[in-house]
Design a protein around this ligand. Sequence first.
Ligand code: FAD
Ligand code: NA7
Length: 528
Amino acid sequence: MAASGHLSKQFFKTFRQFKTFVDGRHFSGTVRTYCSSGRDNSYDLIVIGGGSGGLACAKEAASFGKKVAVLDFVTPSTQGTKWGLGGTCVNVGCIPKKLMHQSALLGQAIKDAKSFGWNIPETSFSWETMAANIQGHVKSLNWGHRVQLKDKDVTYLNAKGSFLDDKTIEALDAKGRKTILKGDKIVIAVGGRPTIPDIPGAKEHVITSDDLFWLKKSPGKTLVVGASYVALECAGFLAGVGLDVTVMVRSIPLRGFDQEMANHVCAYMENHGVKFLYKCQPDHMKKIGTGQIAVQYRNGHNSDEEIEEDYFNTVLMATGRWPETKALCLQNTSVKIDSSTGKIIGGFNNDFEKTSADNIYAIGDILLDRPELTPVAIRAGKLLARRLFEVSHSQMDYASVGTTVFTPLEYGCVGLSEESALHKYGEDGIEVYHSYYKPLEFTVPQRDASQCYIKFICMREGPKKLVGLHYLGPNAGEVIQGFATAFRAGASMSTVMSTVGIHPTCAEEIVKLNITKRSGKDPQVTGC
Ligand code: FAD
Ligand code: NA7
């Protein structure tokens, strides 16, 4: 037990049995744990940040009998919003986002239900009810995380961590109390927070995704600034629950994603009531007498960049996120950060999560050039804990991670975009199979399916290995999760095409693809 060197004899030992199952092998044994009665602040592992990655890493290390501490502290948003243990995903990310998306999908389902014979009396939507129930669920998750840490004997400090040196952490709680901790190994998992551009009036008047999910009252007529997935997902569910929503797009939607798919995502949203202001960016904001926010914006369509104005009840800035490294006082360590992104540079000693300091590691959103996704942070955290305590040598594989954008028409993908595949292999190197299809559930209520589209990108030569799969339609996350496994297993066009479909589903349209873009034939699917 590495930390034992720091302990004096006055601390008494206990012996704890542990059993765990890793990489198909059982591990068990007896470990000495040091009961400090609050006096011993030396740990085998200190994790700074109790979000997706940090909690996973801490719990895994504790399951090997290690002495672990987790520090988690939420600095209130510019609007004063704060929340409990669990990080971005649980409190202000994936979980409340997906539940609000579900609320919007149910609104659509109520409309569809009439065509399926349901006699539905007039309905109305209550933001207050939705928000209270979702916030209640999130609070139960906060509590669940605390219980799990306690069950695993992980010390939890609701305090902000900063480095005094490579092995010493100062934990500062909300009451200004300081605790000094010593860590043999330290993992940084502090994630990021939304940025607010330096626009006059913005800091005072806008909200971000850190506030949206905790609003007790409906945001009303909303302007969403930004066009990445956070922006489009929020705009999608706000419109889905009946609000007047405008998205302000500075350049392109869903930068980094396949642009043909991104344009379909926006077209569907536009057909379903979301307004888009393309090539526009805010210039100035101020509160007016009615309580609304007057937003002056530059419209790039006007050659003289003339200023236009509109009024909103809420402005949601979804203009990117910034890593939480500043408060860590990394200047007191030998950890290197990337100056343009503020993120921590990993990859030292052939270990993706190892920083330039010998005993300090970084996981999740804080690590440079890694996908900012919860399952990525969790997996990286678990694998790191196993390597740190020599239970396994497995490294995280950051390639080919599937993801889904939960817009009103969901978009799931794995692998390369068409642009990246063309760039990497050239036009003659790849084949693109595609189809427009109509989900069966869209037929009876006569829903427009013009954006339900699938694209399968594979190598042109040999067995036609799959390099990218893109799906726009219902349940995209569920569909792509399965295909992501096939993708990792090296699936080819022939493997996928020889798979018998499950009828009648949307996913079966993937195994039925047969028209290449190159052929120029009509990719509309007709009949069964
Ligand atoms: P975080 O979960 O951000 O946790 C970091 C924790 O550290 C926070 O609690 C923070 O307050 C705390 N902290 C910071 N500094 C300190 C300090 N000095 N001392 C102590 N504590 C500190 N991902 C998906 O996979 N699917 C989705 O659908 C999805 N939707 C998203 C929607 C939104 C709106 C957003 C914003 C993100 C979404 N993500 C989604 C991304 C996902 O939430 C993140 O990738 C994930 O939470 C990163 O985990 P992490 O452990 O790196 O950091
Ligand atoms: P992203 O992916 O960094 O996207 C930021 C978006 O905001 C993007 O569309 C930008 O347009 C736009 N932007 C940035 N600054 C401005 C200003 N000043 N005015 C108008 N528009 C602007 O951020 P997200 O928050 O959506 O997501 C970040 C991560 O969080 C994501 O990976 C998830 O895992 C969670 P641009 O394309 O630069 O023109």
